[in-house]
Design a protein around this ligand. Structure first.
Ligand code: ASP
Length: 446
């Protein structure tokens, strides 16, 4: 059999994305405003919407996201245990956690400040009609003390079942530490977890290979019903958020990375492509954890003892892209409703948005819920969210890609500072390539 050379995973995913977006747009033209297109056949009618949008695209897209999410809890648990027990000195954990959390909070605060600054300059809310099209009910933000209490699971199985990442992280850290301190029995348990880690990572690789199809279906379905006219009315808001997201990813991160590690930001950004594409297509940093983790260890060269901790932590507590949307949205809503915010209000926005991100998981659309908390805090009308909800989906995708890039940047900085980093992997253009294309042929031979 002649070996066919396969295109790289990135090329395949981008092809899936472009094809999905194109088909979505074409279908939108064919079936505007959620309508249907029916092809009459001799005995029965074929509904294009039922067949593709609510059928194939919905089913394959949802299965793709579900299978990514399916991996998150087992992967984080197993690899974090491996990471913790391979740290010879578990007292380092506090230092690593401290560095990661400080960097996460710092980048989020920079992100939101930058966003508010740009929004104040651009004034995206000037001249926008106040009529809202959706009502939005705000949830109260939990008090900070409760956020800390809630990090500790009373029942780890409950935490697994609910996918509560902070609780899973705490349990895995404690379990891993206990393994490291248990002598021979600990070594035996650790070796089982190491093997399990290999197997779960393999599963990630298999799923990554199916991603182009999943991405195609997700985007085709999404773009069929994307409210494009809303984009016109909210163009300034949209562009403002988009511009700051790109600036944060292409300027803030590279500057921080270069200053703190001297590593090449170009190499970093190039290696982030796949994870960013996954994040963009799924709108969920949580569902992207498996890919971010693979990228951090196999492509960026950060040791698993660091990345298994900082990546899931970042997916939960670090959302720079989301903070950017909140910064612009707050200024936008204040402008639309003609409410003047004081300097103290702006500082309050920075504080609430940064802290609100700690307790909320990275799943699609969660940014809007956090925005409601922020608006409440400074007395802005929460129903203002109704104004921007129409264009939020596209921004959600973009900001999730930024969130994931931020998690990886911090992971790299912490890994380098702890000497848990292999520069030759980082500099090797082909590092991690072999994990992308799995060879199924050996199965035939067996
Ligand atoms: N979808 C984002 C994430 O997963 C959160 C958000 O901004 O809604 O990171």
């Amino acid at each position: 059999m002649t070996e066919k050379k396969q295109a790289s995973l990135t090329t395949r995913i981008v092809t899936g994305m472009v094809a999905g977006i194109t088909i979505g747009f074409l279908l939108q033209k064919l079936m505007p405003d959620g309508s249907d297109f029916v092809i009459p056949l001799y005995l029965f009618d074929i509904s294009i919407r039922a067949l593709f949008v609510d059928g194939l695209f919905e089913v394959v897209g949802k299965i793709f996201i579900a299978s990514l999410q399916m991996l998150v809890v087992p992967l984080v648990f197993v690899s974090l245990i491996c990471g913790t027990c391979s740290l010879k000195d578990t007292s380092k954990l506090g230092r690593i956690g401290g560095k990661a959390i400080a960097l996460y909070l710092m980048t989020t605060a920079i992100a939101i400040s930058l966003a508010m600054f740009v929004a104040l300059m651009v004034e995206p809310g000037a001249g926008v009609d106040k009529a809202t099209d959706t009502t939005f009910i705000a949830k109260d933000s939990p008090p900070l003390a409760q956020v800390f209490i809630d990090m500790f699971p009373t029942n780890p199985f409950n935490a697994f079942a609910q996918g509560n990442m902070l609780q899973v992280i705490i349990f895995a850290l404690l379990f891993g530490m206990a393994i490291a301190l248990s002598g021979k029995p600990g070594e035996r348990v650790a070796s089982i977890f190491k093997d399990m880690n290999e197997v779960v990572m393999r599963l990630v690789t298999i799923l990554m290979n199916l991603a182009p199809y999943g991405v195609f279906c997700l985007l085709a379905g999404l773009f069929t019903d994307l409210p494009l006219e809303k984009l016109k009315n909210l163009a300034w808001y949209f562009l403002c958020v988009f511009f700051v997201l790109i600036a944060h990813a292409l300027i803030t991160y590279p500057v921080i990375l270069k200053t703190l590690t001297r590593l090449s930001p170009f190499v970093f950004l190039k290696k982030m492509r796949d994870a960013a594409l996954f994040a963009f297509s799924t709108s969920s940093s949580n569902a992207t954890i498996p890919i971010t983790l693979e990228t951090a260890t196999k492509k960026l060269g950060v040791n698993n003892s660091i990345s298994s901790f900082t990546v899931p932590l970042g997916a939960t507590i670090n959302m720079d892209g989301t903070a950017i949307m909140q910064g612009v949205a707050t200024v936008f809503i204040a402008q639309v409703y003609n409410i003047d915010l004081s300097l103290a209000d702006y500082l309050m926005v920075i504080l609430t948005a940064t802290l609100a991100s700690i307790g909320t998981a990275g799943v699609p659309g969660v940014g809007l819920i956090m925005l409601a908390m922020v608006l409440n805090q400074v007395g802005l009308p929460v129903e203002g969210i109704g104004l921007i909800i129409g264009v939020d989906r596209l921004l959600d995708m973009t900001r999730t890609a930024v969130n994931v890039t931020g998690d990886s940047m911090v992971t790299l900085v912490v890994g380098k500072s702890e000497n848990q980093f292999d520069e030759s992997i980082f500099n090797d253009e082909n590092a991690g390539k072999n994990i992308e294309n799995i060879d199924f042929h050996h199965l035939d031979k067996g």
